[in-house]
Ligand binder design. Structure first.
Ligand code: WTA
Length: 633
């Protein structure tokens, strides 16, 4: 595979080249791809506006770099292995040739149903191969996909539809998830009552549930493709044309639509995939993420398929029908690279090693981690019991906004150091700054993680609101992209990610904005004000702890707590449901009226050491009451 780094010296060389002459470095990699027209300029950028353009004015279609480019050698190679939720159902293998035909058919169907280049299509689907087909078909015709995790509520879905003014929604009659059936079509129906841009809904038959099909709006997937040809002429796209929008939570307001564009994203996901995982031609690679998150986009779909890999897609959950399901799948499909989140590891760790020992994991060559800091205990458990002590563990740090893995060991090349994301990939220039934005030079320093130079798959804008992109990422520290994460560079120069330094909580590897949860809580008629913080949670990494003032409520605190939990679940989705709700009579505030979250975090973490000076608060007396209410006195 071209551009695969072979050893540590190679890495050092490549890294050096990528910093000294980034444009030569990336254009050499870009030359590997198929272009309809080459670029005028490799890179134009300014982080103040911000404005970033890679491979300006070049023309291509990303899917031609999966299909037309690879089919001569990959037609009969398995592209996707699909493992269904239910163990009694058969797994399915789809070759590159078959995937191409399915993509073309659906691309034609989308066009027949009126979708045009630039239109936004929401994908709210289960983990089935058709979800990948849907993404690729959008890319084929130049439509912009926005995948919404199928666990989000109708309100969250409606917000996303409205924000991007989607013309179409792709969904299914229902989803299987462990022993549950999720009625996703009903969620779509409810969401679309609050929107007015969607013209058509295409429904995949999955569970066979009775669903209501709205006349003139809803169509069955199988009907839409029945008469469509299995070839399709790809739309010609410019490098900076939108590939997709993916919504993610930040520290303020509603989720924002992170925009990724075509050429840079393509090049970076390919390059990072082959290098981090050291993928070899006949390997079977498995990433357990959901396609509703960036990890699914970049490392189930785009990166692996651009590299001609065999990518495994799993419909179910790690503990169904038994806590050895992951390992059963590894054995069954002889998986070589396995990529998951620390939260899954911790959840399985609880079941001990018996479920692991039942299965033969000898096919594994590389194991990976993503989504949140991995604690040392989980790192060692994963390394010893799954990697049997001899698989390199790649702890990959990156974000929805970065599009691809930024800081990570390269499997088998970078020496492993527990809980360290370690070193930046070639082309990535991290910088650690203090609160004032001064660079912290040398080793043994700790500060805020920024990136000081553009990389191809970086965020271009937040959909429909460029100012928000500027304010969120490019204004905290002038001339740099600010990640929102804290980091430490240790005595060897290896990086360790410390977690978010802003008001974002990472629950089971999913990002939740505290403001977003507070807004949901405030919808409760009895709630006057609320504050949400994260606290350390053994399995989820962080849990959500909410404090709410409900002064005049006639209800008991227990009832209020339960109602608030259910309300958040309904407005955002089950992943945002607070673990704890504490009804309080006041929230600790500074004299300027700002909530002192530091104190609330201490209470939520059940750690009252170094509570700090509270005498400057407007209402110091509430602190005692809150401590008592939490049962900490
Ligand atoms: C966190 C997921 C520590 C981090 C790809 C980041 C991590 C946020 C790691 C992005 C890691 C992700 N070590 N923290 N290996 N990977 N994070 O957008 O706080 O869902 O800012 O992207 O997850 O989450 P997102």
């Amino acid at each position: 595979m071209k551009f695969k780094i072979q050893n540590l010296r190679d890495y050092a060389n490549e890294y050096h080249n990528s910093v000294v002459s980034p444009e030569d470095f990336w254009s050499e990699i870009a030359d590997y791809f198929h272009w309809k027209k080459k670029w005028d300029k490799v890179l134009e950028w300014d982080f103040d506006t911000p404005s970033i353009s890679w491979f300006k004015n070049a023309e291509l279609n990303l899917t031609e770099n999966i299909f037309e480019k690879l089919l001569p050698t990959h037609e009969h190679k398995t592209a996707i292995i699909w493992e269904p939720n239910d163990t009694s159902a058969d797994a399915i293998s789809i070759t590159y040739g078959e995937l191409f035909k399915a993509t073309c058919k659906f691309a034609n169907a989308l066009q027949t149903q009126g979708v045009r280049k630039g239109d936004r299509v929401i994908i709210y689907m289960p983990m089935v191969p058709e979800a990948t087909v849907a993404m690729l078909a959008c890319a084929r015709i130049g439509a912009v996909h926005s995948v919404v995790f199928a666990g989000f509520s109708a309100t969250a879905l409606a917000d996303r539809v409205n924000d991007c003014k989607a013309k179409m929604v792709l969904t299914s009659d229902g989803n299987y998830r462990g022993n549950k059936k999720i009625p996703v079509k009903a969620v779509v129906d409810e969401a679309l009552q609050k929107t007015h841009t969607v013209e058509k809904v295409i429904v995949l038959k999955r569970t066979g549930e009775q669903v209501e099909m709205v006349p003139d709006r809803d169509l069955w997937w199988h009907d839409t493709i029945a008469n469509e040809p299995d070839s399709h002429k790809a739309e010609v796209m410019k490098s900076e044309d939108l590939l997709f929008i993916l919504y993610t939570s930040g520290s303020t307001g509603k989720p924002k639509g992170v925009v990724h564009t075509t050429a840079g994203y393509m090049i970076y996901t390919y390059y990072s995939f082959i290098n981090v995982f050291q993928y070899q031609t006949d390997d079977v690679y498995w990433c357990t993420a959901d396609i509703g998150w960036i990890t699914g986009h970049s490392y189930i779909v785009y990166g692996p398929l651009l590299a001609g890999a065999t990518t495994l897609m799993f419909e179910g959950v790690p503990t169904y029908p038994h806590p050895g399901r992951f390992w059963e799948i590894v054995e069954k499909h002889r998986v070589n690279q396995f990529y998951t989140a620390p939260t899954a590891i911790r959840a399985l760790q609880v079941h001990g090693t018996a479920p692991v020992e039942k299965f033969d994991l000898s096919s594994l060559k590389v194991i990976g981690s993503v989504g949140e800091p991995i604690n040392e205990e989980a790192w060692h458990w994963y390394h010893e019991n799954i990697g049997k002590g001899n698989c390199p563990l790649v702890d990959t740090w990156w974000q929805t906004e970065t599009g691809g893995i930024m800081i990570s060991p390269l499997a088998g090349i970078t020496p492993n150091k527990p809980a360290h994301a370690s070193l930046p990939l070639p082309g990535v220039q991290p910088i650690i700054v203090d609160a004032e934005g001064n660079e912290l030079i040398g080793n043994n320093v700790e500060g805020n993680l920024c990136i000081k130079y553009p990389w191809p798959s970086m965020i271009r804008t937040t959909y429909g609101d460029h100012q928000r992109c500027k304010d969120t990422y490019f204004s905290t520290y002038k001339g740099m992209y600010f990640t929102g994460d804290g980091v430490k560079r240790d005595h060897d120069g290896y990086l360790r990610i410390l977690g978010r330094v802003d008001d974002v909580i990472n629950v089971s590897g999913h990002r939740m904005g505290t403001a977003e949860v507070e807004n949901a809580i405030d919808e409760h008629p009895d709630v006057i004000e609320s504050a949400v913080v994260g606290y350390p949670h053994e399995i989820k990494g962080q849990g959500i702890y909410a404090f709410a003032i409900c002064d005049k409520s006639e209800k008991t605190p227990e009832d209020l707590e339960e109602e608030i939990k259910q309300l958040v679940r309904k407005i955002i989705g089950p992943i945002a449901k607070p673990e704890h709700v504490q009804i309080v009579s006041g929230l600790p505030k500074t004299r300027s009226g700002k909530i002192m979250r530091r104190i609330l975090r201490k209470v939520a973490s059940r750690d009252l050491s170094s509570l700090g000076d509270i005498s400057t608060l407007l209402n110091p007396e509430v602190v005692d009451e809150i401590i008592k209410g939490a049962g900490l006195d």
